[in-house]
Design a protein around this ligand. Structure first.
Ligand SMILES: [Zn+2]
Length: 200
């Protein structure tokens, strides 16, 4: 079923939030268009195509006991350059979120840490860690489906961490204390004065 038809669907098996998102996407003028295939597709069709790839990743994670129910796809110039699936539990890696995995794969594939111009499709609103990684990677835009509140409702702490970000360091549930150390100053100066560094 095409995305615009899904958006107009009254099928009660489709979560209302998803229907609203699809309607928004169907009305959106933005896209990740580029290759000969996607050039023949409407923007909603493009969004649907990549969202479905992200959902496929997420279902693969759930059904294969790989990790949490999250998937992500990164597209640049109409080409999927990275895909990610949540692997936290199978890899014993708390940072192995779908978006992080997709960013790592995309950067490796294009041999560049700068993903400017790339669009990330995620099955869920990125958590603060992934949000930061998206900024570090210079990703141009993000489309997502479920929200941080939806994630919290099924047992994930995304919203809690977002709330912690708004607190002063001494108010957070994990303590943060500054230690003044002269070598920290030396380290910063070493970087500032380094002639052959590759800034990012
Ligand atoms: Zn994350």
């Amino acid at each position: 079923m095409q995305l615009k038809n899904l958006a107009a669907s009254e099928d009660s098996s489709i979560p209302q939030e998803f229907v609203i998102l699809l309607a928004n996407l169907a009305a959106s003028g933005e896209c990740a268009r580029g290759d000969s295939t996607t050039n023949r597709m409407s923007d909603p069709e493009i969004h649907e195509k990549y969202l479905m790839e992200a959902f496929d990743e997420a279902f693969r994670s759930v059904e294969g006991n790989i990790g949490g129910p999250f998937g992500a796809v990164i597209v640049k110039d109409g080409i999927v350059i990275g895909k990610g699936v949540n692997r936290v539990t199978s890899r014993n890696d708390p940072t192995a979120h779908a978006e992080i995995e997709a960013i790592r794969e995309a950067a490796k594939n294009i041999h560049d840490f700068n993903l400017s111009g790339a669009i990330l499709y995620s099955t869920c609103e990125p958590c603060p860690m992934c949000l930061s990684a998206i900024y570090w990677a210079n990703i141009t835009g993000v489309y997502f489906c479920s929200t941080r509140h939806d994630a919290e409702a099924i047992g994930f702490r995304d919203n809690h961490i977002y709330e912690e970000l708004n607190l002063l360091p001494d108010q957070r549930s994990i303590f943060f204390r500054k230690i003044d150390h002269p070598i920290a100053v030396k380290l910063s100066r070493t970087w500032s004065e380094k002639k052959d560094k590759k800034p990012y």
